[in-house]
Design a protein around this ligand. Sequence first.
Ligand code: MRU
Length: 330
Amino acid sequence: MTANVEPIRWRGDALELLDQRLLPREVHWVVCSDASAVARAIREMVVRGAPAIGVSAAYGIALASLRGDDVTAAAAELREARPTAVNLMWAVDRMLRARGGDLVAEADAIFREDVESNRRIGAFGAELLGEQTTILTHCNAGALATAGYGTALGVVRAAVEAGKRIAVFADETRPYLQGARLTAWELQQDGIDVTLITDNMAGHFFQQGQFDAVIVGADRIAANGDAANKIGTYTVAVLAHAHGVPFYVAAPVSTIDPDCANGTLIPIEERSADEVTSIGGKSIAPEGINVRHPAFDVTPARLISAIITDRGVLRAPFDESIRRALASQS
Ligand code: MRU
């Protein structure tokens, strides 16, 4: 099974990004002809999801090189587009190391390897699931958040391919609604059984014994296994723990930041108040209200049953299993 949706298309002299702000109402591609346009698209969430923004940034640097622009300046602008997803910095650093060579080929390799990584994550993760499993997921860690196939939703796809009967519950994921707009749409496109719930319904369904497992993605995993992901993930992890439901994080090893000793050191992006005070451009809160909008939270390693990576399934003690995974060849 390949995912029916792909968010990133390289056109030889431009990068086309599926505008995820407009989904599912409209399928529209944004054309980026230079690195600044790619950085803007990342900042404004045209493209989002840790691996997808890493792949896009790689093509941004390839564009700078093709156009004869200042590659160092392009790298700095792209690196600053969003702070939490370490795949962005990882991809920029890898592109800078390839300077002097063919940067388009390097970006193509990052794209291709991301899809391959997701397929490996899918295969490892599918083995953890029973023949008939209902999964809760949060945000969108699917084909739309990667070069294709997905991490958390890659596990779903691989399990479906293996003949398992998988049903997915998608949290709507306030405030940006990645669950309602993206996960629900992406799984529906593939004909996978998906049910949308609001974030505050999750506890009720845990209580009813509805979920066999939780699978989410990650934006950055610290060396001790603490994992940053979309705001609200921590709440789901606490609920899973309280109800004895396994909580899995699915991510490639490029999402692990060995320089971050623990989750308190992961930078958490604060996004605009507008995304909280309005839905679909319509204001829902009083003018001038105080707002907080951390875009991510950190789930402590002790709440994570396993981290499903492209190099295998990692379990506690995570500092050791992560060190071994980073040292091993893929
Ligand atoms: O703000 P977003 O939509 O970029 O946040 C995305 C997530 O939190 C995803 O779960 C994460 O990046 C993993 S994507 C495979």
